[in-house]
Design a protein around this ligand. Structure first.
Ligand code: NAD
Ligand code: UFG
Length: 337
């Protein structure tokens, strides 16, 4: 029984990661403060895996609580998802983002040191590349931040780098996610944003579910083949499988690993809309509006390093992504009736 501490393990990516960990024979132990998740996700994870993950309701900024949790378990590693992630909110509430995302990471590292554990996988983001000059984006591209959320990830990345330089015993993976989308194929867990979704695929699902009458496409005048923005959408199950590969890698060698987790394929907003319509049979009315402030035209990964070092690559298709997102959304809607 290899126990892995998963902070933010009831959130979107964390819950999928726990399912993948259980399938691979690990025992995930979730620490989550429920600020953006619900304990009912534990029931869903149990339905999928046949096992209920262990859960501690706690905040990663609470060192005392973390010490008590570390005393109850023998963790082999920590996967640190627990953070705030809304770009717009981070501009309005920067201190919350530095407190949760930087302070939380520091407090967690402190508890790990006290427990004698030096193996961590950290959720970073393509946001650390800021406005990259070219695509595809490689790990050695310059980093910058355009908002407090992005800066909190940059600072946490730097803290982890300094830590690994100061103490060669640490094994750290900084995984830079591109655009995680889709849901577990069971339709039992997925992304559940509160209020109006900011992200493209949850918004498309809202339109398909007739909760909104149309999608606003933010910009039709980018220098891309159809004029709409291009992103690297990665199925959340491919993404979490990248974490298992990183865990295996860290078991083999100490040091600092920094890799992109993306597909290497850019998809435009219009391609996403058309694929969703084709595979689900739903109509997605849309209107092309002005650009969203802060958006870049193109952002997609060069995932060569992850394949080379981890032997990992994303293999699920855009059809899978749309079908799985819609299955989750459809089941979730009916469960509210
Ligand atoms: P999410 O909000 O669905 O999950 C985060 C979970 O962490 C939630 O369950 C929340 O309750 C918990 N949490 C937040 N602050 C906490 C704290 N202080 N203590 C304990 N638990 C806390 O988000 P997600 O999409 O699953 O993202 C997971 C990680 O991946 C985050 O670090 C995020 O920044 C990063 N990331 C996400 C994306 C994306 O598009 N979803 C892209 C790049 C990076
Ligand atoms: N888009 C629309 N209409 C919408 C929503 C999005 O046209 O209603 C477009 C955007 O303009 C963009 C694309 O769809 O071209 C993807 O937008 P998302 O909001 O889904 O994703 P982003 O790439 O803008 O943002 C994501 C994460 C951020 C992270 C950023 C950079 O959500 O947290 O990637 O890594 F900071």
């Amino acid at each position: 029984m290899t126990e892995i501490l998963v902070t933010g393990g009831l959130g979107y990516i964390g819950s999928h990661c726990c399912v993948a960990l259980m399938e691979a024979g690990y025992t995930p132990v979730v620490v989550d403060n429920l600020s953006n998740s619900s304990p009912t996700t534990l029931d869903r994870m149990q339905q999928i895996s046949g096992v209920r993950p262990k859960f501690h309701k706690a905040d990663v900024r609470d060192g005392g609580a973390l010490d008590r949790i570390f005393a109850k378990h023998r963790f082999a590693a920590v996967i640190h998802f627990g953070a705030l992630k809304a770009v717009g909110e981070s501009v309005a509430k920067p201190l919350d983002y530095y407190d949760n995302n930087v302070g939380g990471t520091l407090t967690l590292i402190g508890a790990m040191l006290r427990a004698g554990l030096k193996k961590m996988i950290f959720s970073s983001s393509a946001t650390v590349y800021g406005q990259a000059a070219t695509v595809p984006i490689r790990e050695d591209f310059p980093r910058s931040a355009t908002n407090p959320y992005g800066r909190s990830k940059l600072i946490a990345e730097d803290i982890l780098e300094d830590l690994s330089l100061a103490d060669g015993g640490w094994r750290i993976a900084r995984l830079r996610y591109f655009n995680p989308v889709g849901a577990h194929e069971s339709g039992l867990i997925g992304e559940n944003p509160k209020g109006v979704p900011n992200n493209l695929l949850p918004f498309i699902c809202d339109v398909a579910a007739a909760h909104r009458d149309h999608l606003a496409i933010f910009g039709g005048d980018y220098s891309t083949p159809d004029g709409t923005g291009i992103r690297d959408y990665i199925h959340v199950m491919d993404l979490v499988e990248g974490h298992l590969a990183a865990l295996r890698f860290l078991n083999e060698r100490p040091g600092l690993l920094t890799v992109n987790l993306g597909t290497g394929k850019g998809i435009s907003v219009l391609e996403m809309v058309r694929t969703f319509e084709r595979v689900t049979g739903c109509d997605i009315p849309y209107r092309v509006t002005g650009r969203r402030p802060g958006d870049v035209g193109e952002c997609w990964a060069d995932p060569t390093l992850a394949h080379h070092i981890l032997g990992w690559r994303a293999h699920r298709t855009l059809d899978d992504i749309c079908l799985d997102a819609w299955r989750w959304r459809s089941l979730e809607s009916t469960s509210f009736l």
